[in-house]
Each structure stands twice: as C-alpha cells, then as structure tokens.
Ligand binder design. Structure first.
Ligand SMILES: [Zn+2]
Ligand SMILES: [Zn+2]
Length: 184
C-alpha cells in the first residue's frame, strides 16, 4: 500500500479513522492521534472542524452562564447595598449557583431508599407522615441549596471565566490549524 497523499511513496502506517495509507512524512505532520495512531490529512481536517464546532457551542453556553451568574451577583449586591432585605439579597446572589448546588444536594439512590423505609416505619408506628417528611426534606434541600448557591455563585463565576478563556484559546488554536491546512 502507498501513501494516499504521496502515491509514489510506500505507506508505513494507516489513518486510524479511514484506514488510508500514510508515509512517514504524513505520519509526522498528523496534528492529532488516537491511541497514538495518526490521522490522514482529510481526517485531521474533519476532526479539527468537529472540535471547533463543539467548542464554539460550548463557548456560547459558557458566556450565557457567565453573564447570568454575574448579573445575579450584581443585582444581589445592589439590593444589599441599597439596604434591602439581606435574605432576599442572598437568594438573588445564589440564583447563579443554584443549579449546581441543587444537584449537589440531590439524594443518592441509597438515601432515597432509606427515606422511603423511614417513612414507612413512621407511618406504621404512627409517629409521622411520609408526606410531611418528604416536604421537610424538600425544604431542607432548598435551604442548603440557597446557602451553598450564594457561596458557590462567585466561585462558579471565576471557574466559568477561566473555562471561557480556555475555550476561546482552543478555538483560536483550531482556527490557526485550519488556516495551516491551506498550506499543506
Ligand atoms: Zn483518514
Ligand atoms: Zn504521505
């Protein structure tokens, strides 16, 4: 088998994606590798485009999250500085951190089963109602979510800014790589 790009040269390897033959020069210039195996020119090109698409989408999401997060922090701070209800201010600041905090306090499968058993025992013994217990658990989760959400919101903002910058740098890198393809 010969190289797909240099038909006069004997292939020393194959493209890990499409199986096309690759000469030693083409192996050397392969920008990406899977399991340490090279890609051919076209498969490198497609892969970079795919990565670029994914990161472009991710960048939009990160930006939306970042803006919402920053907005809630600013609004909450304005409420606080304006002499508004501090609890309301904390809830507003927490809004950006709430989805993350809510997931954090999601009960595990085992905890859900334990709760069900506790509720059933309480019902049989007449010491409580399962429905009432589940409402209590829900409000405790809401409370934890708001408190942790308020603490998490500024941290998440910083984390998302860092992620956004990294994502943006990757996009620039892909664009440079794609521009280089024109020269190959
Ligand atoms: Zn290929
Ligand atoms: Zn070649």
């Amino acid at each position: 088998m010969n190289c797909i790009k240099h038909p006069e040269v004997v292939a020393v390897s194959k493209c890990v994606e499409c199986g096309a033959g690759l000469c030693s020069e083409c192996v050397k210039v392969s920008e990406y590798r899977r399991d340490n195996k090279p890609f051919c020119r076209d498969c490198n090109f497609n892969l970079i485009n795919e990565l670029l698409r994914d990161d472009t989408k991710a960048k939009k999401w990160l930006l939306a999250k970042l803006i919402a997060n920053a907005l809630f922090i600013v609004l909450g701070t304005i409420v606080l500085l304006g002499g508004g209800d501090p609890i309301f201010a904390v809830v507003v600041i927490a809004l950006g951190g709430i989805p993350t905090a809510w997931k954090l306090f999601s009960p595990s499968k085992e905890e859900k089963w334990e709760n069900k058993i506790d509720d059933a025992v309480a019902e049989y013994k007449g010491t409580g109602s399962g429905f009432f217990n589940s409402i209590i658990r829900f409000f405790i989760r809401v409370l934890f979510t708001v408190v942790v959400g308020a603490i998490a919101a500024p941290i998440l903002l910083i984390v998302n800014i860092v992620k956004f910058v990294k994502c943006n740098n990757r996009i620039k890198g892909y664009e440079d790589e794609l521009a280089n393809f024109a020269d190959i």
